[in-house]
Design a protein around this ligand. Structure first.
Ligand SMILES: [Fe+2]
Ligand SMILES: [Fe+2]
Length: 269
């Protein structure tokens, strides 16, 4: 452990959805300084929009592993590129939501090890304005119980969901049972990062890594035209100034409780 942190703390850095090439650029250009400043022990990101804004590819995942991301969660867009299906089957560091039906490729949770500390990572997806997946509350609870039985008390959940109330409710439901619950999917960072009374770090949405001057990572002109004309028009990943969004969570290794959460918002012209 480095810096002035106590020995019993593990520091986790989590990024919101990385959107296409601009998002990958944001990670590559802004992450090194963040690592230098904050010295995280482990870094995760949501990869559902990694390749061209839709899904994942071998090349883009490799690029992000090389940039320092240790693991990936995802969401509804993980299925947008067929290439990703094989990749999530064989790469245990890439998750898809755990509450998809049985038989879907990949896994919804995993255990990673840092300095002899085991960390459980769970990916869940919401049910409002998204596919009719199984209940994230029920499936999440089963996985948490399993991890706890295996002696794992540091658990992080990426809850990929559209509506705020579903995310807030899941936060309360699992408060005290996991170390952190972070929301993804909306691509806009919320200002509600906090430690819940039971010791769970919470934020409704991490935000995104992508083009700052965009509509949730996509070219604003195209997004506006779609709203104006209601005609189909293919989205394109926006370029320009970079935005890097996420949080840093400090977790007590012994208790698994979060002791601090800090929002990360970095820009580069
Ligand atoms: Fe997304
Ligand atoms: Fe999504």
């Amino acid at each position: 452990m480095t810096g002035n942190r106590k020995e019993n703390i593990i520091r986790v850095l989590l990024f919101g959805d990385i959107i296409g090439k601009t998002g990958r650029q944001a990670v590559k250009e802004l992450l090194p300084k963040l690592i230098e400043e904050k010295k995280p022990d482990i870094i995760g990101a949501n990869c559902e929009n990694l390749a061209g804004g839709f899904g994942i590819s071998e090349k883009t995942i490799k690029e992000m592993f090389n940039a320092g991301i240790d693991f990936f969660t995802s969401g509804n867009h993980i299925w947008d590129k067929k290439e990703g299906f094989e990749l999530i089957k064989r790469e245990p560091r890439i998750l898809r939501p755990a509450n998809y039906p049985e038989g879907v490729p990949g896994r919804g949770y995993t255990i990673l090890t840092r300095d002899d500390v085991r960390i459980g990572i769970i990916n869940l997806q919401g049910r409002k304005f998204l596919s009719e997946v199984d209940s994230p509350f029920v499936i999440g609870e089963k996985i948490i119980e399993k991890l706890k039985k295996d002696g794992i008390n540091i658990i992080i959940i990426d809850f990929h969901a559209e509506i705020t109330s579903e995310k807030v409710a899941l936060g309360w439901y699992f408060d005290g049972k996991v170390s952190a619950i972070v929301g993804t999917h909306t691509h806009v960072q919320t200002a509600d990062a906090k430690i819940l009374p039971g010791g769970t770090a919470y934020i409704t949405d991490l935000g995104m890594c992508g083009a700052r001057d965009s509509v949730i990572g996509m070219k604003k002109e195209i997004a506006i035209e779609r709203f104006l004309k209601l005609m189909p028009k293919r989205f394109e990943v926006a370029k320009g100034a970079l935005l890097l969004n996420g949080v840093i969570v400090d977790i007590d290794k012994n208790s698994g409780k979060a002791i601090n959460i800090e929002r990360i918002w970095r820009e580069k012209e």
